[in-house]
Ligand binder design. Structure first.
Ligand code: HEC
Length: 155
């Protein structure tokens, strides 16, 4: 969402299409698959940014770095993705939304230790990182034309 669209006939686009086609072989269209996505959670009490920052420092900064910029290889390739700043997902990404970020974090982070944070901790740390500066989304004005804007959208 925060890069340049690939040409439809590029090698990269065709490779991704082939991969997705391979992933979905034998799966009927529209069918839900076990293990896809993650379970939605709710915060027992209002999320708190200060608590979130402490969790971030203790459990996330090792990989995503204290400044949230992640770690990148010599050719700019991502080793650990940035959670905020120029290299991170933009404000239009689902991950920029508190409820999605909390549910993803709860299920998958810290890497290799999914489901070790409480629901409250997942919301606290998600509030901390979703509210950091990140790239804008140029097409945001065309989002939710029917007025069905989610409650945790940032714009
Ligand atoms: C051991 C290293 C490690 C730790 C610790 C870790 N992460 Fe991650 N995180 C990763 C990696 C690697 C990815 C990319 C995973 C992938 O693409 O499948 C990732 C991805 C993410 C993403 C998705 C980013 C995107 O661009 O979509 C979020 C959000 C995230 N981590 C949050 C956290 C939070 C919050 C914590 C602390 C509770 C945490 N991570 C701890 C390694 C780590």
């Amino acid at each position: 969402m925060n890069g340049k669209a690939l040409p439809h006939d590029s090698k990269e686009m065709l490779s991704m299409l082939a991969y997705m086609h391979w992933l979905s072989q034998d799966v009927p269209t529209g069918m839900e698959i076990a293990g896809r996505g993650f379970i939605r959670i709710t915060a027992p009490e209002p999320p708190n940014k200060e608590r979130g920052e402490k969790i971030y420092v203790e459990k996330c900064a090792l990989c995503h770095q204290p400044d949230g910029q992640g770690q990148h290889g010599p050719n700019g390739e991502t080793i650990f993705p940035a959670l905020w700043g120029d290299k991170s997902f933009n404000i239009g990404a689902s991950m920029a939304r508190l409820n999605t970020a909390a549910a993803f974090t709860k299920a998958n982070m810290p890497l290799g230790q999914g489901n070790t944070l409480t629901d409250q901790e997942a919301f606290d740390v998600a509030l901390y990182f979703t509210q950091q500066p990140r790239p804008d989304f140029a097409e945001k004005s065309s989002d939710w034309p029917d007025g069905d804007k989610p409650e945790d959208a940032r714009y």
